[in-house]
Ligand binder design. Structure first.
Ligand code: TYC
Length: 117
């Protein structure tokens, strides 16, 4: 009586994407890019920085017209803080640095911070 050989295990069969030309192609991923987190740049009030300087900062670094810049400055003056604009992280950080550098050059204690929006 011939010895019975054990049957070899079936090779693993995984379905692969097929482009019909014998080549395996990667499946397209659904687009799932999140929009970037946004950060608001905020000016803080103090008793010494001249109002005109704050208005100039808002015009120069945040592209505000004179009327809007004046409104934002007055809001900061009365309420203690005000949002200059909302930007991606790098842009917000650069604007904070530019404002603080301008304030230092002018000898003003103006404070400017960024916060996650
Ligand atoms: N409080 C300042 C003053 O009376 C004006 C001011 C406004 C200062 C806004 C800072 O972020 C500021 N001269």
């Amino acid at each position: 009586m011939p010895e019975e050989k054990p049957t070899p295990p079936e090779p693993l069969k995984r379905p692969t994407p097929d482009d019909g030309q014998g080549a395996v192609v990667a499946e397209r991923q659904a687009a799932k890019t999140e929009p970037p987190r946004m950060y608001q740049v905020v000016l803080l009030n103090d008793d010494y920085t001249p109002m005109e300087f704050v208005v100039m900062v808002l015009q120069e670094y945040f592209q505000r017209d004179l009327e809007t810049a004046t409104q934002i400055m007055l809001k900061v003056h009365k309420e203690g803080r005000g949002v200059c604009g909302v930007y991606t992280k790098d842009v917000a950080a650069t604007k904070v640095e530019l404002v603080l550098a301008a304030a230092r050059r002018g000898g003003h204690p103006l404070q400017c911070i960024m916060e996650a929006a």
